[in-house]
Design a protein around this ligand. Structure first.
Ligand code: SF4
Length: 74
């Protein structure tokens, strides 16, 4: 069964590097101000979303298992 994710970006931390958008463009996009926002948390494989979260230079991304609430970036 495919794992469903809950993904968020902390805008108090995001520095608009767009690394997450490069890794998972269907999941993240740039807002007008340049910060990332989540379009569809489940538009890419969970592994890709986790990679994007781990690649964020300021740890602004949270990736949780939507059912269990487990933090998948720990
Ligand atoms: S990788 Fe992190 S800092 Fe860069 S745009 Fe995405 S959330 Fe923002």
């Amino acid at each position: 069964m495919t794992r469903r994710l809950q993904v968020s970006v902390d805008h108090s931390l995001c520095v608009s590097s767009h690394m997450c958008i490069g890794i998972a463009p269907g999941v993240f996009r740039a807002e007008d101000g340049g910060q990332a926002e989540v379009v569809d948390a489940n538009a890419a494989d969970a592994d890709m979303v986790i990679e994007a979260g781990l690649g964020c230079p300021v740890s602004a991304i949270e990736v949780l298992d939507a059912e269990s609430g487990e933090d998948l970036l720990d």
